[in-house]
Structures are given as structure tokens and as C-alpha cells.
Write a new protein. Structure first.
Length: 173
């Protein structure tokens, strides 16, 4: 396994097996990265037609609401918990879904088959998920919500998240 950039580990083999040790490495690494995330890519490169990733997100990770035209996305929670927030095109909250591992009584898997603005809010120290989507990955095809601040705008993030927390309080299903 090779690291292309500090946040991403890419498999180097046609056979991929992820151990508890590697999952722990992702979880601890996510807390240490500037953006609060680590990703293990089971696919060889961004041109693959199927992308499978195990992603670890630290508690205060900001994931700007976004959508992916022409792609579906499924997520299976491995450990930790958080809230999936879905928005309409104008930024109004459509739903809030608690996601947590199987056996905890909540939603451990979801799939979005149509592009919709969404974000994950991490509620545990670290949230580890298995995400699958169709490739290829082209960064310019990710559409970030124009009504949400960029990842580099810390003051804007604070205002956005404070407002969002008030709006979703008591709406988690």
C-alpha cells in the first residue's frame, strides 16, 4: 500500500484485505491530519469505474455540502456515529439521519441514487465508513453547495455549522 498524499492510502494489489490494524491507523491518522480525515482506496486509481474507500473522519471535520452529478453513493458505517444531512438546492434541510454501526439500532447503511446536496456531521471522536461510488473520479464533477462556506473559510464554517445545529436540533431520525 502506498501513500500518494498524507490523507490517502491507495491499494497496490488486485486483492485487498483491510485489517483492524489498518482501520486503527486510519482512525488515528484522521485526528492528526489538517483536514481531519484519512482515506484508504481499494481501487487502483481515479479512472477506475468502481471506487471503494474506507474513510475515517475526525469529530470536527467539516465536509462542505456537495453532490455528484451522474453518480450514486452508498455508505456503510463501520464504527462511530454521525448525522447525514440532506439539503434541497436552496440549502434548506430536507432530512437528518443518524448513522451508526450495525447492531446499534439506527441506520448503518444508506444509498443515494440521485444527486442531492449532502454532508456528514461526525458526532463520535472518529467515524469510519465504507463508501462506494461509480468512477471515474473527476474533482471538477463534485458540485459544492454555493450557500455553504468553503473548507478554507473557518469563520464561515463556524457560522454555518452553528446555524445548522440549531435548525436540525430534534430532527434526527
Amino acid at each position: 500500500m502506498v501513500s500518494k498524499i498524507p490523507e490517502i492510502i491507495v491499494a497496490e494489489s488486485d486483492f485487498v484485505a483491510l485489517s483492524d490494524e489498518m482501520a486503527g491507523r486510519l482512525a488515528s491518522g484522521s485526528v492528526a491530519t489538517p483536514r481531519g480525515r484519512m482515506r484508504f482506496c481499494a481501487h487502483a486509481n481515479s479512472d477506475n469505474s468502481l471506487h471503494e474507500m474506507v474513510i475515517a473522519l475526525a469529530r470536527d471535520t467539516y465536509i462542505r455540502p456537495h453532490r455528484h452529478a451522474g453518480k450514486s453513493e452508498s455508505v456503510h458505517v463501520i464504527s462511530g456515529y454521525g448525522d447525514l444531512v440532506r439539503f434541497d438546492d436552496g440549502g434548506r434541510v430536507q432530512s437528518v439521519l443518524r448513522v451508526e454501526p450495525y447492531g446499534c439500532g439506527g441506520c448503518f447503511y444508506y444509498r443515494m441514487a440521485v444527486p442531492q446536496y449532502h454532508m456528514l456531521i461526525v458526532r463520535s471522536d472518529v467515524l469510519v465508513v465504507h463508501e462506494t461510488t461509480n468512477g471515474p473520479f473527476r474533482p471538477e464533477e463534485t458540485e459544492f453547495a454555493p450557500w455553504a462556506p468553503d473548507e478554507t473559510d473557518e469563520a464561515g464554517q463556524t457560522l454555518f455549522l452553528d446555524r445548522l445545529e440549531k435548525e436540525i436540533a430534534g430532527r434526527v431520525s
